[in-house]
Design a protein. Structure first.
Length: 166
């Protein structure tokens, strides 16, 4: 079994980890146009426990909560990129707008999100219901983001779809 797992496989993985007494940490997001901010957040999350499960928004999920024009990178490629990171133990893809259903299955000890979500985190209730804790990571306002990258590309190249690199 690789790092990218189906939701159906998670139940037994999580059960085995719990029996060993290890702390399970989750985080979630689109991880579109993977960048340094993503690496920092995965490192921060991994430092909170023993096993990091990244819940990745599917393409359909991203369209529901971000834009019909997103994601830029398809879900399988994003999953492979996140799985290749040294801090990631497992990646699973979910289709809903929020990770509530997958977190209900995993029941993490710790769930990590960026501090920008501290006032409106849909998954907080399900994590705490099962005895878990939500930890917020302070974001560096100077760090990049996928939105900043997209806006920079638009500013540099406008609506031109011509490949300027070749």
């Amino acid at each position: 079994m690789g790092k990218i797992v189906f939701k159906s496989e998670l139940r037994s993985i999580v059960s085995q980890i719990r029996k060993s007494g290890k702390k399970i940490v989750t985080t979630n997001g689109a991880f579109d146009l993977f960048h340094k901010g993503h690496v920092k957040s995965l490192k921060f999350a991994k430092e909170k426990g023993d096993l990091l499960v990244v819940c990745l928004n599917s393409d359909e999920s991203i369209k529901k909560y971000k834009s019909e024009k997103r994601p830029i990178i398809p879900q399988q490629e994003r999953a492979e990129i996140v799985a290749s990171n040294i801090y990631t133990d497992y990646v699973t893809i979910f289709d809903e707008k929020t990770p509530i259903k997958i977190l209900e299955l995993i029941r993490p000890d710790i769930h990590v999100k960026g501090s920008e979500y501290s006032k409106r985190l849909a998954e907080k209730e399900v994590v705490e219901k099962h005895g878990g804790q939500v930890v917020f990571m302070e974001r560096d306002p100077n760090d990049t983001s996928t939105t900043k990258i997209i806006n920079k590309i638009i500013k540099l190249y406008g609506d031109s779809h011509e490949d300027k690199c070749n």
